[in-house]
Design a protein around this ligand. Sequence first.
Ligand code: MN
Length: 457
Amino acid sequence: MKMFMFIFLNILNIKVFGFFLKNNIISRQSVNFLFLQSFPEKCIPTVLNNVHSLNNLVKNIKENDIIELNNYYDKLKPNIEYLSYSELDKVRLSLVIAYYAHYNQKRLSSEKFIIHPYNVAIILSELKCDSDTIIGGILHDTVEDTCVTLNEIERLFGENVRNIVYGVTKVTKCGNENENAYETNLVSMFLSMRNDWRIILVKLADRLHNMRTLEFMEEKKQKKISEETLEIYSPLAHRVGMWNIRNELEDLSFKNLNPMKYKEVVDNRTKIIRNYSENIDILKEKLKNILSKIVPGKYDLEYRTKSIYSAWKKAERNNCEISDLKDLIAIRVIINEDWVFNLAEPSSICFIILSKIHKEWKYVPGTVKDYINFPKQNGYQSLHTTILTENNLPLEIQIRTKKMHNIAENGTAAHWKYKSEKLNKKSVSWLNILDERDKFVSKKSLITSALKLPTIK
Ligand code: MN
């Protein structure tokens, strides 16, 4: 009896769901409501039947597909638990659509194509992006490479997802050979970024995964993509303050364009880090003593090394060796400000800690930088100083609150949560440069000049 009821309810569910889809009165609410009750296995045929461009795939559905789809979802889910139930269901639905849309496509690595949009979604989930961005990431290649249309995407996921997917889709396809087509695509991408900066997040995640899997491409193309990454995408990540992504993009491009130099820098850097390691342990203990008197239990100590590419670039710029860099290694003091600071500005505690540090160690004149009162153009805030360790080795110390730290690490993604329209518009206002009607300057050079931020470091 139970079994019978179960089957009956499921048939009913498919019928009802099909009804909504067929009659085109599907709204986002009705999707949520139905999906909350049973998703995804039983609904897959209905979904495919009702997304016109995927109609012919119903016959392909296999048991294994469903296992694979569930595996993908299960791995993504722990990363996106901050989303609501209905948002989670929509993410799951988008995974089904992308999976079948890219059904027979392979990557150059001979893996299934879905691996790519799926990993883009993983990167976005690590940045704690909202559901529209994650769905946009999952669907980002469907319109360009499959039969799925923008209207279908809008019908299922709403206007925002449509715009995100549209923003990352190439307007003309023959971008590789033809410079004009390349520029048209680039300009259209930057213009849509102005309307919704989440497009930047998807595009950066897309590029990052492509860079991570570059080895399968022919060499000439590898070089071209690496050059483009250094010219457009890493400055873009820098522009919006996404340091982690910027560093990884740069290091991967550098490795590809100049493998010999890359290895040399890596070796040098490792050697220097080894020299420091003993000193750093002693220093950390002392620092902990100081901190536990001022902010007991409310701080984190982190250790970071300058990325390979930026170390190399800085040494080149200053015409010195990697070993001469004073900020190759840095210790970060991150203060959790969510407690007793009713009496003072949270940032003032950073200055108190700075003065204690200066009492304990000698510091290098001219290295103190107050990015708290004078934030960098992309919003970065922190206090910097360089001290001398026991063996007279210079070591940078950065002091910041947790909130400043989150923004410093993830840039736009970190404050994307606050969803402020004003912030959104302001952050991409530099793109207004594209409105200039200068016929003599190419739009591409306008973009690259808009991406440039003064280097203060
Ligand atoms: Mn892609």
